[in-house]
Design a binder for this molecule. Structure first.
Ligand SMILES: Cc1ncc(COP(=O)(O)O)c(C=O)c1O
Length: 466
C-alpha cells in the first residue's frame, strides 16, 4: 500500500473530528474575542518544532486546535477591511471541492465544474442587471481588475505580440490600489494612471475627467480606459456610472467598473447602480458582499471575443478537440488562470440553499447597520462622521474637544486599543488626510445589538488610549 493512503475507516473518523471542530468553532463565534490574545512571539513558539520525518497520524489533528485558537475569527463583531463573513453552507461545499479536486480548466477536464461555473456566473450577471455579460471566477477583485484592464488593453492598444504601447487610464483618487498595480503589471506604467479628483461625496468628478481626457488628446496621448468604482474601499462611494459611460462612448474608451466591494449590493438596491450594465468589464467579489468563503472573485465582460483575444494562447497539450461549443469550452481561453479551483460549487450550493431573497435581505441589513452606526456617531459629541454613508461603510473619528491637536495620532492609537481589547474589530481609512476609524458591514452574523456595542466600545477604548 502507498505510504500516503488512508483507510476508509480512518478517514471517516478524521472527517468527524474535523467537522466537529468546525461546528464548535462556528457555534462559539459570538463569544470569541474579535482578535486573538496573542503576540507574534507566542504564535511562533506554539508552532515551533521540526518537520516530522515520521507521521503523527491522528495526533496531528491536535495541532489544529492551536491554529484555530490563533485565528482572527469571522466574528459577528468583525467589520474590518471589506471581508465577507463566510456563509457556512458554502464552506461545506468547499470541503467537497477539495475532495473532488476538479481542475476547472475546460469542459474536457471538468464537465461539472465548467457547467456549474457558467451557470453561477450567468445567475449573478442577470441578478445584478447585466444579463448579456458573461465571465468567469477568479481569486478576487485584484485579479479581476487586472484581467479587465488586460482585455481593455488588447481591445484598444494590442500589446500581446509586440509589447505594451502608451495608453492612459483614468480612475478617481479613491480607486483601489489594485488599479495602479495592474498598470504596472500590464506594462502601461503607473504614471499613465490619471488620478481624477472626487466631489464632496468622494465620487469621481466627471467634469475633471473630461478635462483630463481633453488634455491628453491635445498632448497626443491615447486614452485607453476609465476605471469607475462602484463602492470605493474607503467610503463606499459609487462613481456616476451613466455619465462616465457616456464619456467613454463618446471617446471610444473602455469602461471597466471595479465593483469588487459594492456591485453585488445591486441585488438589493439596484437604483444606486444605474449604468452598471454599460461596463465593458466589471469586477465583483462574492467573498465580500455575497458572504462566500475566500476566494471567490468574478470578472464579467460584455464581449467574450475580446476576452479571448486577450487571453487565448493555447499550447497543443491544452487544445480541446470537441466541435460542440459547450464541450470545446475552455476557461483558460478567456482568463489568466489555467489550473482553477472549483470555486463555483460553494456559490451554487449557498445560493440554492438560501435563495436570492435571503442574500438581498442580508445586504439590506448591512446597509441598515451602517445607517444605525452613522446615526449613533452623529449623536455622540466626542465623535465625528468623516464621510457620507453611501453603502455599508462608516468612517468616523474621536474628537474629544474642538481644536484637539494630533487627532491622527490619537485615532491611530485608539484603533490599536480597540483591536487589542478584542470586543469589536474595526480598520482604518484616510479621509482627506484624516485618520478615520472605519466599520464596513458585509457580515451576515451581525445583529442590531452588535452594532450598538461599537460606540460604547470606542469611547471605552478612548479612555485607555494614549
Ligand atoms: C473597490 C475594491 N477593489 C478591489 C479590491 C481587491 O479585492 P481582493 O482583495 O479580492 O483582491 C477591493 C478590496 O477590498 C476593493 O474594495
Amino acid at each position: 500500500m502507498n505510504a500516503l493512503n488512508v483507510s476508509d475507516d480512518e478517514l471517516r473518523s478524521l472527517t468527524e473530528r474535523v467537522t466537529a471542530m468546525a461546528a464548535a468553532f462556528l457555534s462559539e463565534l459570538p463569544d470569541l474575542r474579535t482578535f486573538p490574545d496573542l503576540s507574534s512571539r507566542e504564535a511562533l513558539d506554539r508552532l515551533a518544532g521540526p518537520l516530522p520525518e515520521h507521521g503523527l497520524g491522528a495526533q496531528a489533528l491536535q495541532g489544529l486546535e492551536d491554529v484555530l485558537s490563533m485565528c482572527r475569527p469571522p466574528s459577528p463583531r468583525f467589520w474590518g477591511y471589506v471581508l465577507g463573513s463566510n456563509e457556512p453552507v458554502a464552506a461545506l461545499a468547499d470541503l467537497l471541492v477539495s475532495v473532488l479536486n476538479q481542475n476547472v480548466t475546460a469542459w474536457r477536464s471538468s464537465p461539472a465544474g465548467v457547467t456549474v461555473e457558467r451557470q453561477v456566473v450567468q445567475w449573478i450577471a442577470t441578478a445584478i442587471g447585466c444579463p448579456t455579460h458573461t465571465g468567469s471566477l477568479c481569486g478576487g477583485g485584484s485579479a479581476a481588475n487586472l484581467m479587465g484592464l488586460a482585455i481593455a488593453r488588447e481591445a484598444l492598444l494590442p500589446a500581446n505580440e509586440s509589447g505594451a504601447r502608451p495608453g492612459i487610464v483614468y480612475a478617481s483618487a479613491e480607486a483601489h490600489m489594485s488599479i495602479a498595480k495592474s498598470m504596472a503589471l500590464l506594462g502601461l506604467g503607473r504614471r499613465q494612471l490619471r488620478s481624477i479628483p472626487t466631489d464632496s461625496r468622494f465620487r469621481l468628478d466627471t467634469r475633471q475627467l473630461e478635462q483630463a481626457i481633453a488634455a491628453d488628446l491635445a498632448a497626443g496621448n491615447r486614452p485607453l480606459a476609465v476605471v469607475a468604482t462602484a463602492g470605493t474601499v474607503n467610503t463606499g462611494a459609487i462613481d456616476p456610472l451613466q455619465e462616465i459611460a457616456a464619456i467613454c462612448a463618446r471617446h471610444v474608451i473602455w469602461l471597466h467598473v471595479d465593483g469588487a466591494y459594492g456591485a453585488l449590493a445591486a441585488l438589493a438596491v439596484p437604483e444606486k447602480f444605474r449604468g452598471l450594465e454599460l461596463a465593458d468589464s466589471l469586477s465583483l467579489d462574492a467573498h465580500k458582499w455575497l458572504y462566500q468563503p475566500l476566494d471567490c472573485g468574478m470578472l464579467l465582460y460584455r464581449n467574450r471575443a475580446a476576452a479571448q483575444t486577450a487571453f487565448s494562447f493555447t499550447a497543443e497539450y491544452a487544445r480541446t478537440f470537441a466541435s460542440n461549443p459547450l464541450e470545446g469550452f475552455a476557461f483558460f481561453e478567456e482568463s489568466l488562470e489555467l489550473s482553477r479551483r472549483f470555486r463555483a460549487l460553494k456559490l451554487w450550493l449557498s445560493l440554492r440553499y438560501h435563495g436570492l431573497q435571503a442574500f438581498r435581505a442580508a445586504i439590506r441589513s448591512d446597509l441598515q447597520h451602517a445607517q444605525d452606526l452613522a446615526q449613533t456617531v452623529r449623536g455622540t459629541p466626542a465623535l465625528e462622521l468623516l464621510a457620507p454613508v453611501e453603502l455599508s461603510t462608516v468612517c468616523f473619528r474621536y474628537r474629544p474637544a474642538p481644536g484637539t491637536a494630533v487627532l491622527n495620532e490619537l485615532n491611530a492609537q485608539l484603533l490599536q486599543q480597540v483591536i487589542e481589547r478584542g470586543r469589536v474589530y474595526l480598520s482604518n481609512a484616510s479621509i482627506n488626510g484624516q485618520f478615520a476609524l472605519r466599520a464596513c458591514f458585509v457580515n451576515h452574523r451581525t445583529s442590531d445589538a452588535d452594532v450598538a456595542t461599537i460606540v460604547p466600545e470606542v469611547l471605552a477604548a478612548a479612555g485607555t488610549a494614549g
